[in-house]
Design a protein around this ligand. Structure first.
Ligand code: FE
Length: 288
């Protein structure tokens, strides 16, 4: 029998302001101690209160040494970068951006027809050997993300494999699993996960019960919460008959390398951060 993963903690996201005054729910951000290795940050943007006024977005900023993954459910993010790429990430679309040695880009969210912006940004670390690689994008439109439905579980698989279906994002160093999973009321979802991978679940709709492999107790988790799993070989999540549960399932292989985060850069040493700042100042940050 496979062992059930423990529930290490349930994080309540904190409200933070980023970019040019954008209100976000942040579950975690980059930290030297790297507790969610290979994941560095998880932000949830949800603006639906007109009182927030005009949305100013994220004007031009650099990234080096990481991947940023944007998944939109409502509204649109327009993006433009220093390499001449531009486009729109609309509802159901994913942009998996590998910054490598460097890009400068802007990300400008726009409300959808309901007046709402709703989406997630995940930062994934790059291993030392790829931090200075050439930047690249994987732009995945909603229509090309497979939807798999089985026994009351519906999942859109962005990366990795779930319920026998492979997501379209490939060749990512962290070997991620990233999927939008919905469990209907009164259903149990059991999923095996690589024992050495970090596993997280961001619950953003409804509520469910997460079995803790240590105590065998069910832990009730309500939206919005980030669940961190501990050791084990599978996860067990169920719903009661009154409420569905929707969450982002996030898993990946830790790199176990020291990191030094500095704003939008995450490198392995202080010297590499200083070099990023020198490159920015000298105009040599971005190389075509
Ligand atoms: Fe960015």
């Amino acid at each position: 029998m496979r062992t059930i993963r423990t529930i290490k903690q349930v994080i309540r996201p904190q409200l933070v302001i980023e970019g040019a005054g954008v209100l976000l729910r942040r579950s975690f951000g980059p930290h030297k101690s790297n507790p969610f290795d290979p994941f560095l940050l998880f932000d949830h943007f949800a603006f639906n209160d007109p009182i927030e006024g005009p949305i100013r977005g994220f004007p031009t900023h650099p990234h080096r040494g990481i991947e940023t993954v944007t998944y939109m459910l409502e509204g649109v993010v327009r993006h433009r970068d220093s390499l001449g790429n531009m486009g729109e990430i609309g509802p159901g679309d994913v942009q998996w951006m590998t910054s490598g040695r460097g890009i400068l880009h802007e990300e400008m969210p726009r409300r959808g027809p309901q007046g709402t912006i709703y989406g997630f940004q995940l930062w994934v670390n790059l291993p030392a050997r790829l931090k200075m690689s050439a930047p690249k994008y994987q732009e995945i439109s909603a229509a090309t993300i497979p939807l798999v439905e089985r026994d009351g579980v519906a999942a859109r698989v962005v990366a990795g494999e779930l319920l026998g279906v492979r997501g379209p994002v490939t060749e990512i160093a962290a070997e991620p699993l990233y999927a939008d999973v919905e469990i209907a009321p009164g259903v149990e979802f059991v999923q095996s996960v690589a024992p050495d991978h970090t596993v997280l679940a961001y619950v953003f709709e409804g509520q469910g019960y997460f079995v803790d492999g240590l105590t065998n107790q069910r832990v009730k988790v309500e939206a919005v919460s980030m669940v961190e799993f501990g050791a084990g070989e599978e996860i067990r999540i169920s719903t009661d008959t009154t409420s569905p549960l929707r969450f982002m399932l996030i898993a990946g292989a830790p790199f176990r390398e020291p990191i030094v985060p500095y704003g939008p850069f995450v490198m392995n040493t202080v010297e590499e951060i200083q070099q990023a700042l020198i490159d920015l100042r000298n105009g040599t940050f971005v190389q075509a």
